[in-house]
Design a protein around this ligand. Structure first.
Ligand code: ATP
Ligand code: K
Ligand code: MG
Length: 683
């Protein structure tokens, strides 16, 4: 079984896999190390990779990009609306407040959720990895931004499930990068742990983590981020500059043409990259609008002046990460700068001033997340021997728990279940005085920390019904902060006064689930750190004794979780079926293409043979007939046979072969004859 790491960026995806000699980045069909995060709905099939990306200008309304930004976000939020206005495809509000994407495909109007689109991307990347590794891919670790909420994490897991992947962990991007850095680090002093900062400038976000390293162990001290500040914002600075310049200079308003906007944005992105290596750069676009060619020019100094706000903005999460980690800048021994956006030279200057040292670029800026994820996946896999290394991640946002009508839970300090900075994964047990069915609501406690356009609500858990009423009873609830950074209540146990088994049995009709057990002291058993799919284990306790040795009754109580916006089992099955149907269509088109190509080359090769190498083995009449048929097939391929199914092309090939094969046989026999004669003579 392969172990794979996926970095699904807002713009680029990278796949890494552990091979026996180390970690490799897998090449896609075009032999590239990065695959654009785009799904385009072409005339007959979906297009991925650079074919998909190229469709952005040709077929903008059916080309979906930047899906990472749409996952789990609220349609009506002004920040989300800002994003949506930039995208050329049609969107609307879903019944759950999320985003729906509408497009034309195969002559029909289709509606997809962002999760479905992400599922398509995962599915494509899975296929790419399988082709490359020549083995099935299922287990994986997926990089996610640290600012993702519980819902966004669950939706990522849903998307992976649609594609048939089993994520062993959703790993924060910077944690993955830090793992790839820490595992190879050996230069430890004996003065205690050493700290490093990781700064990832992506397409649309900036993430920072401060991490402490010791031999065999890394601990994330803090995560900070700006989910709305990435390299694409620098493109926008150039875009606005040239849009207004061209209005004056050429009297064209690019905003009035979707196509012109797309082309100018693309040109500005290129220009930005040129400015990373050169002090100045020209911009030329032919026929941008109204048949006008436009020319512009900008220096790096000007670009940096226009981007001053953005550059200042990058300092913010860096400062916050240091503060939350409680580490002074002087204590940071290395600042590792990654993400392709980090190639903008001015960013290094900003970081140098915050951290008071030059950032280092030792890691592979575009591959480090995928590599770290692959490494983590190998650590989980029994098939790979990886050195023992402990990864302790940290929760980016505080998670609170309350009783919907009563407010915070007193058993928890300030009603906080897991505070910001809490280790991932972990577990907490608390008690509540309850005697009948009740609800608990999990939410993000500091709304101000959350990115804009996401909901602070996490889940509502319904606990009960209770098997029996009992005075002085309490409920012991076990909460889990999973490896994915999601929260769940993994068990609830009723603990009440001792009751005869017979009484219990008659009180609870569903009692077959439970078995008797005596248990002194804590009842908590270590259950599997992470398993969304396994059925809950029955808590096998009728009676036990509490810590004081008094007999008590313990009973498991059911917990039902309602995550708003996350796919139900039935929806997941439907989404899987839809994905299978779309994949099937893509395969059919691919197969037809293949068969058509085979037929086409057969026509050319055969004609060549008949006229040259096989000339002497072909009768004149045969030759005439075959050439005629070949010509007919060729004409047919360019006319009515241009768009047929795989089966039709295969049939046509078979017909031609029937005529040509006898000639091939004669020819082969002739070639083999001298050898046969030699063989005979030797006998
Ligand atoms: P995210 O992490 O936000 O989800 P991502 O991982 O897809 O996105 P990256 O691939 O790290 O993003 O970065 C893509 C961005 O980097 C693009 O905006 C691209 O223009 C920018 N970029 C790439 N090369 C350069 C360069 N040489 N100079 C400046 N910017 C660059
Ligand atoms: K990436
Ligand atoms: Mg990234």
């Amino acid at each position: 079984m392969s172990v794979v790491g996926f970095d699904i960026g807002n713009e680029n995806c990278v796949i890494a896999a552990v091979k026996h000699r180390g970690i490799d980045v897998l090449l896609n069909e075009e032999s590239k190390r990065e695959t654009p995060a785009v799904v385009s709905f072409g005339e007959k099939q979906r297009l991925f990779g650079s074919a998909g990306a190229a469709s952005a200008t040709i077929n903008p309304t059916s080309t979906i990009s930047q899906v990472k930004r749409l996952i789990g976000r609220r349609y009506d939020h002004p920040k989300v609306q800002e994003d949506l206005r930039m995208f050329p495809f049609e969107t609307s509000e879903g019944s759950d407040g999320g985003i729906l994407i509408h497009l034309q495909y195969l002559g029909e109007r289709h509606t997809f959720t962002p999760v479905q689109i992400l599922g398509m991307l995962f599915s494509h990347l899975k296929q790419t990895a399988e082709k490359c590794l020549e083995a099935p891919v299922k287990d994986c670790v997926i990089g996610i931004p640290s600012y993702f909420t519980n819902l966004q994490r669950k939706l990522y897991l849903d998307a992976a499930a649609i594609a048939g992947l089993t994520p062993l962990r959703l790993l924060h991007d910077c944690t993955a990068t830090a793992l790839g850095y820490g595992v190879y680090k050996t230069d430890f002093s004996n003065k205690g742990p050493c700290c490093a900062a990781f700064v990832d400038i992506g397409h649309s976000d900036t993430q920072v983590a401060v991490v402490s390293f010791e031999s065999g162990h890394m601990k994330v001290l803090s995560h900070a981020s700006d989910s709305n500040l990435g390299a694409r914002d620098f493109d926008e600075v150039l875009f606005r500059h040239f849009a207004s310049q061209f209005k004056q200079q050429y009297n064209i308003d690019v905003h009035s043409s979707r196509r012109a906007c797309i082309r100018l944005r693309a040109a500005c992105e290129k220009l930005k990259k040129v400015l990373s290596a050169n002090p100045e750069a020209p911009l030329n676009i032919e026929c941008l609008m109204d048949e006008k060619d436009v020319k512009g020019f900008i220096t790096r100094d000007e670009f940096e002046k226009f981007s001053a706000n953005l550059l200042e903005g990058i300092a913010e999460p860096c400062k916050k990460a240091l503060m939350d980690a409680g580490v002074a800048a002087e204590k940071i021994q290395s600042v590792e700068l990654v993400g392709s956006g980090s190639r903008i030279p001015a960013i290094s200057r900003v970081l140098a001033s915050v951290f008071r040292r030059e950032p280092s670029r030792k890691l592979n800026a575009s591959e480090c997340v995928a590599r770290g994820c692959a490494l983590q996946c190998a650590m989980f896999s029994p098939n790979f021997r990886v050195k023992d290394y402990e990864v302790e991640d940290s929760l980016p946002f505080s998670i609170g728990l309350c009783l919907p009508d009563e407010g915070p839970i007193h058993a928890l300090p300030n009603g906080v279940l897991f505070p910001k900075g809490h280790p991932i994964p972990s577990e907490k047990v608390f008690k509540l005085q309850k005697s009948s069915k009740f609800q608990l609501e999990a939410f993000y406690a500091d709304v101000h920390d959350l990115p804009l356009g996401v909901s602070p609500r996490i889940s509502v858990f319904t606990i009960g019904p209770f098997p029996m009423a009992s005075e002085n009873a309490h409920i012991k609830v076990k909460a889990h902060l999973t490896l994915h950074g999601t929260v769940k209540l993994s068990s609830a146990t009723f603990v009440g006064a001792y009751v005869e088994e017979s009484v219990l049995r008659s009180a609870d009709k569903s009692s077959e689930r439970m078995e008797a057990e005596y248990d002194y002291g804590s009842h908590d058993t270590e259950d599997n750190a992470e398993d969304k799919y396994s059925a809950p284990k029955p808590v096998p306790a009728y009676y036990s004794h509490n810590r004081k040795g008094k007999a008590v009754t313990r009973l498991p109580v059911s917990i039902v979780e309602d995550v708003c916006g996350h796919l139900s089992e039935a929806e997941l099955i439907k989404a899987r079926e839809k994905e299978a149907e779309l994949t099937n269509q893509d395969c059919k088109v691919e197969q037809a293409k293949e068969k058509k190509n085979t037929l086409e080359s057969y026509v050319y090769e055969t004609r060549n043979k008949i006229l040259n190498t096989h000339k002497d083995f072909t009768a004149e009449s045969e030759k005439e007939q075959i050439c005629k048929d070949l010509q007919q097939t060729e004409d047919w391929l360019y006319e009515e046979g241009d768009d047929e199914s795989a089966h039709v092309y295969a049939k046509r090939l078979q017909d031609l072969k029937q005529m040509v094969d006898p000639i091939e046989i004669r020819c082969k026999e002739e070639e083999a004859r001298p050898q046969a004669v030699r063989n005979l003579l030797q006998l």
